[in-house]
Design a binder for this molecule. Structure first.
Ligand code: BV8
Ligand code: ZN
Length: 245
């Protein structure tokens, strides 16, 4: 895969970069995606597990699923794609990552401006009194975690289907998209809203949209460039080409 020279030309004159990511950027770290062949949603429908109703109806099952994913996240590392995005901060004036992922891998790779639209699997809180709880506490026992202060149910600090996105993260993501010179869209099937509207906001505001995915998606027809291949292989090549600018 060679990086199109026109993209390098565009990046040469760019200051503000936004990178919108989905599960595909973490796939090479060993984190299962949602819709791929090994995808989580192939076994269960999203609403059956990632919704407040499912949590109240089937608390044990939902916690079992999140504890399983928390344990996976404890074993995985950022990959070359995450590190390449972090390296962009040394090349461009401003780099913002807007992620749908809850795996914390962008921060662990060194990216400093990360807007987490769907929460973070390392955080939990009591639905009764809001008290925060770290994963260490949650993973200590196999039982359903309850608050030591008010005995309320503890839940993962992630955004479930039917729930609003965190207002500050949302507003900051919209603002970054509106001022982006280049919007990278990496490893997302772009089917979950309102997150998937962020790249459109950037495009409408005049950003050059670059999609990186192993297959075409809902956004491909809007992209100025579509680079088909693995994020962990393409992103380092883009960064290398930019370093030579
Ligand atoms: C809201 C956190 C309203 C939890 C997630 C009917 C009923 C109820 C709701 C709706 C409905 N119809 C529409 C909706 C809205 C709903 C929605 O969009 N549903 C979809 C399914 C149609 N959205 C919501 O409910 C949102 N809230 O609308 O609230 C509201 C308004 C006012 C007041 C109150 C409420 C909240 C949605 C958030 C859900 N939470 N995650 C958890 O993770 O457990 S969603 C979760 O799935 C992810 O966060 C992400 O957003 C999505 C998965 O998408 P991707 O990340 O793109 O992953 P996917 O596997 O799909 O694709 C991977 C891609 O990577 C592929 O393209 C693949 O080709 C590529 N790839 C693979 N390997 C690589 C690669 N690319 C590059 N390199 C590789 N190596
Ligand atoms: Zn409590």
């Amino acid at each position: 895969m060679t990086i199109p020279p026109r993209l390098i030309e565009k990046l040469k004159s760019s200051e503000r970069i936004v990178v919108f990511t989905g599960a595909g950027i973490s796939a090479e770290s060993g984190v299962p995606t949602f819709r791929g062949t090994d995808g989580i949603w192939t076994k269960m429908k999203p609403e059956e597990l990632a919704s407040f109703d499912a949590f109240m109806r089937n608390t044990g099952l939902v916690w079992e699923w999140y504890k399983h994913r928390k344990k996976i996240m404890q074993t995985v590392q950022p990959n070359a794609g995450h590190y390449a995005i972090a390296a962009m901060e040394k090349i461009f004036k401003q780099v913002s990552v807007v992620t749908q992922n809850i795996d914390n891998l962008h921060r662990r790779a060194g990216t400093t401006t990360v807007f987490e639209l769907h929460g973070n699997i390392e955080r939990n809180y009591c639905i009764g009194c809001g008290k925060p709880y770290p994963n260490e506490k949650i993973l200590q026992s196999d039982s359903i975690p309850r608050c030591e202060s008010c005995k309320g149910l503890i839940r993962p600090d992630v955004v479930w289907f039917g729930e609003m996105l965190p207002q500050d993260e949302w507003n900051a993501s919209i603002h970054a998209a509106e001022f982006a010179d280049v919007m990278f869209v990496v490893g997302t099937s772009a089917v979950v809203y309102p997150a998937a509207s962020i790249p459109q906001v950037a495009k409408r505001a005049g950003a050059y949209m670059v999609e990186i995915n192993i297959e075409p998606t809902e956004l491909t027809r809007f992209a100025d460039e579509t680079l088909l291949g693995k994020a962990g292989e393409i992103l380092p090549k883009i960064v290398e080409a930019c370093k030579r600018i």
